[in-house]
Every structure is written in C-alpha cells, then in structure tokens.
Design a protein around this ligand. Sequence first.
Ligand code: GN1
Ligand code: MG
Length: 365
Amino acid sequence: MTSLKEIAGHFDIRGTVKEIAPLGNGLINDTYKIVTEGNGPDYVLQHINNAIFTDVDLLQNNIRAVTEHIRAKLIAAGETDIDRKTLRFIPVKGEEKTWYFDGEKYWRVSVFIPDAYTYEAVNPEYSYYAGKAFGHFEAMLSDLNEPLGETIPDFHNMELRLRQLVEAVEKNAAGRLDGPQGEELHAILQDMDKYGVQMCLAEQLYREGKLPKRVCHCDTKVNNMLFDKDGKVLCVIDLDTVMPSFVFSDYGDFLRIGACTAPEDEPDLDKVGFDMDIFRAFTKGYIESAKEFLTPVEIEHLPYAAALFPFMQAVRFFADYLNGDTYYRIRYPEHNLVRTRAQLKLFHCVLDKTPEMHAYIASLL
Ligand code: GN1
Ligand code: MG
C-alpha cells in the first residue's frame, strides 16, 4: 500500500509534510490532516469513497464549478479572508486535475482552513447562523450556469429509497429478518410502510410541476460547517453531494441533526427529541437568507421537510442494516439498527410538532 506521505507528495502543495493524522467523523470518505513544517498552509487529504462516488472526474468537476462560483461571488461582494470562506482543491503536480489514483484508491487534497471549529451539536444562536449560511449557500448558487452532474443519482429521492428498502427486504442478504430480532424489524417495516406514501410528497409535487429543483448541498449535517471562534459560519464543507435537489434537502437534513436532542445513533430513545428552539432559530436564519428565491410551495412544506429527513435516513440506515452493513461505516454490529430506531423516534417527534412548526413559519412571513 502506498503511504499517505507518498500520496500527498503527488499534489502541488507548498512546504514539507511533517505529519498526517486522521480528521473528522465522516461516514463515507476517510479524511486526514496534512500538517506542514513552518508557516505555510496545512492541508486536508481525503480518500474518496469510489464505491459510492463512482465518477470521480464528475465529482471533482462539480466541486470546482461550485467553489469557483462561490469564490467569484465572495470577491464581488467585497468579502475578505476568502480562503477561509470557500474550499480550494490542489491539483496534482503538473496537471489540472484535482484527484490522484494510486492504482487502488482515489485521493484529493484541499487547503486546511485554520482557526475553524466544527461541532456535532449546536445551540440556537449557532443554528441561526447555520440557517443563514445554508440559505446563503443556495442563494449564491442559484445563478450557477454550468450544469452540475448528479454525483449520486436520485440521492434524496424518497421513492427510490423506499424501493431500495423493498429490495433489501426481498434479498434479506444478512438474514436479519429471520433472526432473533425479526419481530422488531418487521414492526419497523410496518411503521415505514404506513408513512411511505405521505413522505413521497416531494416527488409527487415535482411531477406535477409544483416544486423546483435547485442546486443544494444535500449533506447539511452540523459537522459539515466550519464556524469561526464567534460562532459565525465561515464555510460549508463536504461538497460531494452538491447537486440539483429540493430545498427540503438542506433544510430538513440540518434539523435532523441540529435540532435532535441526541446524536443520530443514540441508543437511549428517551433522550431523542426535537428541540423547537433550534428549529425556530434555524428556520428564522434560513428564511431570512432564502426568502428571495423560495416559492410559497417550498415554504409551506418546510415542516414536511423536517419530518422527511429523519424518515429517509431511517429508511437508508435500515436498508443498510438488512443488506449487512455495506454502505455506512459502523462501529458495532447493531449500529445501523440503533441508528434506525433513533431516526424513527425523531421522525415521530417531528410529526407531533408539525402544527407548531407551521404556526411559527407563518409568524415569520
Ligand atoms: C453520510 O459522509 P457523511 O458522514 O457527511 C451520507 C449522508 C447521510 C449521513 C448520515 C454520501 O454523510 O447522506 O445523511 O452520512 N452521505 C452519503 O450521517 O451518503
Ligand atoms: Mg461530513
């Protein structure tokens, strides 16, 4: 196996590499920090999970289009400190492309953003800034002329995710449906079946021409944002899934993590709830920066989006559990089942709060 240092050496980075150490908590790609000697920048080295992102060239081209567009917008807006407000990928030495294939794996390098903080949980103040930041991110990309490819086709298509669940049940690849927990697993399936049609509303509205697709981030977990020391958002990271989607993606997926009172894999379901203070703060920020382009249909369905994402994530985790854990990184054998239970619990909490959410959103308009 090629060493990490050797791999870093293929990229056009400045300075001498001092050490390379693991970074972050992503479930898909492996990430490292490249620390260099002296005052020059440090870097982030990532192994791109090519089983999931099968077209690395398309992936990196999307990211280039998005970061260049954002960079130009920030410059036009007179912003300073731009290298901390958008990602910059480093080309391979003597080439234009920003990825390197070592014969086995795909790699990329970006400039490490210093004095930035990531969080797994946020308070209402930071959620407000996060709402503004994702609204702003979508607004900046609303006039991107270059078409983006879908790095994972139909990524947030609920109908597809349900079909994948049905396939997982039919295959029962890990035999789990017939195992000692079979009864619970079937109860989970029943619950998912009950809400399936209702949760596919976005696809239905889209087919009816009532809901647009826009360039969205599509992985707005709290830990995909960099904050400065005052809690202001510097930039949005993890751009692999930036693609055309419904705005529900960014709004709903943030609340799934941000407004949940426990981690996404909390085993104690009594701890899992939906925090309305976070909901209100994030929604206020989001609507403030996105109201210019949001349509009434989009706004009206934001509470649906808040329910959709825990539901979709429950379906995805559960399908992976039935498939024998082939997609998400797990830390123990039942991890995907524990995640499923927590996401379903959260989904039901959100449903209970739906009238309250509608009332709050109406009060903002
Ligand atoms: C994955 O890579 P990471 O951890 O930021 C996943 C998201 C899920 C999330 C669940 C490409 O995101 O869609 O919501 O895990 N990304 C992909 O924690 O599938
Ligand atoms: Mg991430």
